[in-house]
Write a protein that binds this ligand. Sequence first.
Ligand code: SF4
Ligand code: SF4
Length: 206
Amino acid sequence: MIISRQKEFKDILKAIEARDIFIIGCGKCATKQHVGGEPEVLEMKKKLIGSGKNVVGWAVLSSACNLSSWDEVLSQNPGIEKAEALLVMSCGGGVSIISALAERAVYPALDTESLGGVCRDEVVLEQCGLCGECDIQVFGGICPVGQCPKGMRNGPCGGAVEGKCEVDERKCVWDEIYERLKSLGRLEDIKHIHGPKDHSKRGRKN
Ligand code: SF4
Ligand code: SF4
């Protein structure tokens, strides 16, 4: 699951010059996280109208980053043709795909953060930092690149207080790595010094 959060409404408003706007939500990750499903799209519509914009329509696509046919989207949502701009409440993947197809200005309503997941029906944030060179097994299956705010591969940073990260409210991921390695009987592994990531492996290759 792609983890995104809503931008501040004032920033969305500042970015969009157009008056006639069609809002697109996403039925997958953004719906699950309550940042781009139907209730959030309707809330956005209300705020835009309250700010003097003309919302010509809205839709929640089944998956904004996985569109089988843009013509089908247009035939089901004729309001899109009347819009000067589309406001997309999905991850950056969905915004990019729609931008490539829509032939009009497309604006993101969300900021895309990381790759997370769902565990026992709960959304879990920042599980993976999309580094392109996965070695999560050496940390007992807990990724410090994705889960430590400083991306410390050789941690902890020394700032944790009673197991809490100094950056925010989360538990220090290195405490969790320690406990996990201990429970796996592999505590010796924590002494290993990890070299830097090969950043050339990140991103697309063709
Ligand atoms: S090591 Fe890289 S690919 Fe593996 S979980 Fe962490 S960030 Fe993601
Ligand atoms: S306290 Fe722990 S989780 Fe927070 S930045 Fe330092 S090493 Fe990372």
